[in-house]
Every structure is written in C-alpha cells, then in structure tokens.
Design a protein around this ligand. Sequence first.
Ligand SMILES: Cc1cc2nc3c(=O)[nH]c(=O)nc-3n(C[C@H](O)[C@H](O)[C@H](O)COP(=O)(O)OP(=O)(O)OC[C@H]3O[C@@H](n4cnc5c(N)ncnc54)[C@H](O)[C@@H]3O)c2cc1C
Length: 497
Amino acid sequence: MSDGPRSIVILGGGTAGWMAANLLAHHLGREVAVTVVESPEIGIIGVGEGSTPQLKAFFDALGIAEAEWMPRCNATYKAGIGFRGWSTAPGFEGYFHPFATMLDDRTAPAFYANARAKRLGADVWAHPDRFYLPARLAADRRAPVSPDNQVSYGYHFDAHLVGAFLRDHAVGLGVRHLQHRVVDVAVTDGHVTHLVTDSDEEIAADFFVDCSGFRSVIAQGALGVRFLPFASNLFNDSAVVMPTPRDPSGTNCQTISTAMRHGWAWDIPLTTRTGNGYVYASGYCSADEAETELRAHLGLLDSLVEARHLKMRVGRIAESWSGNCLALGLSQGFIEPLEATALHIVQATVEGFLRAWRDGDYTPKHRDTFNRTIAARYEGIRDYIVCHYRVNCRADTDYWRANAANDDLSDSLKAILTCWFTGGDLEEEIARQDIAKYYAPLSWHCLLAGYGQFPDPKRMRTRVQAPATDMAAIDAFIANKAQEFPAHEAALTTLHN
Ligand SMILES: Cc1cc2nc3c(=O)[nH]c(=O)nc-3n(C[C@H](O)[C@H](O)[C@H](O)COP(=O)(O)OP(=O)(O)OC[C@H]3O[C@@H](n4cnc5c(N)ncnc54)[C@H](O)[C@@H]3O)c2cc1C
C-alpha cells in the first residue's frame, strides 16, 4: 500500500456515500483514512427502498448477517417485481419479474422453448409466471430463503435506517464522519485539492468520491463533467411519495409496480409500513394531478397523509471517474427506479473502480476502460427499462401513446426486438451482444412474454409445432418446491429472535 492513497474524502452521507465508505474501508483497510462529510441541513433523498440481489452480496462481503441489519432497517425479503396493469393483452394483464435462482434453470428452458414456439404461431402456454418458483413464492407470500435451496433475492428497507446502520458500521471500521456544508471545491489542473466548508475548514485528500446526490457538487459542479440526459427515451422526471400503514393481512415479498395514467406506482412492503410512490412525466401531468391520482389509487383521497414531491434527473454523466474524483450514486447518474437498480450500480461502480485503480497502481491508467464499462452498464439497464415502455401495449393516454411511438431506441434494443418479433433465438442474440451482465435472458423473456407480445396466430401463414412441454410436471415441481420455503412473516419473525 506504500504508493497508494493515504486519504479519501466522500462528499455525501446518503446510501451511496455510506455504501462507498464501508466498501472502501473494508477493501483498503485502516492504512487509508476514509472521511465522510455530509450536511444534515441538506439531508438525503430518503427514497430508494427496493434492491436487486446485489445488495445481499454487499452485506455478505462486509460480513453483516441479515439478523443484524434487517430488523434494524424494517427490512423484508424481495423475490422480484410484480407488474400490474401494464398490458392490455388478454391473459397478460400482469406478470412477475423474478430474481433468477438455480432452481429456475430447471424450468427456464421450457419457458424459452414455449415462448419461441408461440412467437412462431404455436398454441402453447407462454406466460412467464407459471414457469418460475419466485413468482409462486411471491403469490403465496413465502420468503425466498431456504437452507436447502440456493435462491437469489433482494430486499425492501427503510432508506433512512439503512443509511444510519451503514454509517454506524463504517464508523466502527474507522471512517471519520464530519457534518458540514461544503460551499466550495478547490480544483487545480482538473484535480480536486480540497473541499471548503461553511465554517471555512479545508478538507484535503488524495482522492474524492462525490456522493452529493443530484447536486453532483464535485463531478458536475466543480469538474464540469457533462451530464447526458436520457429524457428522449425515458420520459419520467418526477415522483410523488406517500406512505401507508402496513398491510394487516401480511407482508408481501415483492415490489408491486402498477401502471398509472402517466407513469407507474410502486408498493414496497416494509415491516412497519408500505412505501408508495408515483413516478410520472411532468410533460404529461402536473404534480397536483399526479398526487390526486396516487391518492385515488391508495384510497387516500380524503386522507391528510402528507405527500412528498421529488424531481429526478434521469441520465448519466459522461465519465464517472474524472481526475481524482469518482462520482457515485445520484451524482453519477440515475435511471428511473422501475427495476430498482440504483444501489446495484453504486456497488458495481465501487468494485469496478477499486479493481481498475489497484490494477493501475492507484493511477488513472485504466480510467477510460472503467468509464466505458460503467457507461455501458447504464445504457444496458436503460435499454431494458425503455423496453417496458415500448412494448407494454397501453394506449389510453398521450403519455402511453408517446412512449409506444418513440423510435429513439438504441441499436442494441432494436436488435433484441427484431429478434423477438421474427421468432429468433433470444438467448443467442443476448449472448451475441454480451448484454446478459445487465439483464439475463430470463429477464428479457419475462418482459416480452409477460406483456403478451406474441403475433396473432390467425395471421400467420405457417406455424411451428408446439414443443412437448409437460406443464403439469412444471406445476408439480414448483408447487412442491414452494413448500420448502417459509411463510414470509415467519421468516421475518425468526430474524428478530
Ligand atoms: C423516486 C425515486 C425512487 C427510487 N427508488 C429506488 C429503489 O427502489 N432502489 C434503488 O436502488 N434506488 C432507488 N432510487 C435511487 C436511490 O434513492 C439513490 O440511489 C440512493 O438513495 C442514493 O442516493 P445518494 O446517496 O446518491 O444521494 P442522497 O441521498 O441525495 O445523498 C446526498 C448526500 O450529499 C450531501 N450533500 C449534498 N450537497 C452537499 C454539500 N454541499 N455539502 C455537504 N453535503 C452535501 C447530502 O447531505 C446527502 O448526505 C430512487 C430514487 C428516486 C428519486
């Protein structure tokens, strides 16, 4: 470590800042002084309560057991995301996007074969939910955890409590925590030398991590890194948020995403409350309209529950690593939260950065490659989210019609859609493009089949023969396996004991 950095300052104490502090302190050890400086007056965004399975890898890497953090953060298990009301195709009004598990390897080939045959005109079952165990677990409110089965899953949690938990853990690892507002950033030749606080204190370091949220104080503010908006193909730029009491009938282990008139609403179950929010496009709907629609959706039209309104900057910055600064979290970019990918990107960015930085002896030797990799990740995820808007087949408002008609699609997404609609091998196409690291064939198949994107067999001149898929055997396998998983409530109670 002799030639490495001696000090790293992280600006921002939101989830991104504290995740970075833990990962850096964990990987670099106490030889590197890590400091987090945050302004309690500015505060954190305080949303972002659903994760992908990557968050499990994060806690596992830090050696933090679920029993340690989940009860403190009102956390629940998440088997995947249920999409409701996005499609109007009969029989396809809802589908479940599962987090893939090894058990799904047993049923996925049959799903892919059926979906392809249906695309080629065969009359076969091709709705994803019947093929995947997590869909059954979510429907039955069973936790996706079982000592006998390796299953991958994510979490729901209270963002403020996770931040506080990670702060305490990081401080325990030796991270210094300062509470100041940063009013200036001193830069010489593209390198940050120090931050200046509102009490005129100078905070110097060898390296800086900008976790200052949408403000992007160092990266976009002081270093002038360009922001590349995704507004031309992701229209949503606003959200309204409103909690409700927890569901007295039990706790879901899925996020529910319901299509609304100008966007979609999330339902995220915590142990103490349900988090709700409506993500919408301000070009099509005012904040008041969105709030009223969300209240109606939640049955809260006459309620005094306060709503919180947020603006979102959707896009990414041109270079996540610039000079001696890494931008992370909202400061680095944001893809609207439909698939809850933001914290996943935070973790992937820190890990990728540490690898590149170490391999280059703590110099920017591999910076361009790293930046290209991160940019490709943003764009890979963006394409998958754009696909939701392109193929859902809602057409009841200008918002949905504009989404469906929007031809601003990447070449990658165009090739995926062409492959699907011409009956091609989607697994092969995903492998050809090397994009399974963003979304795997399972995800793409679930999305396209889940919205009922199949040609009308009556209009097809030739039809392939239906594959010999034994649906009864798949049903039995999933029903039997599901019995091996505990009720969600019971699994959460166990964590408290
Ligand atoms: C509507 C919505 C829904 C979302 N849902 C999800 C989801 O389900 N899953 C998911 O993974 N992500 C989600 N996200 C994203 C998620 O909220 C963020 O990625 C996550 O909270 C990390 O935010 P952050 O730490 O980058 O920024 P913030 O939480 O905004 O933190 C910024 C920090 O910087 C500090 N700061 C800023 N300026 C200064 C200054 N001048 N001086 C000192 N300190 C300063 C602030 O005090 C704060 O501590 C969602 C986002 C939105 C907008």
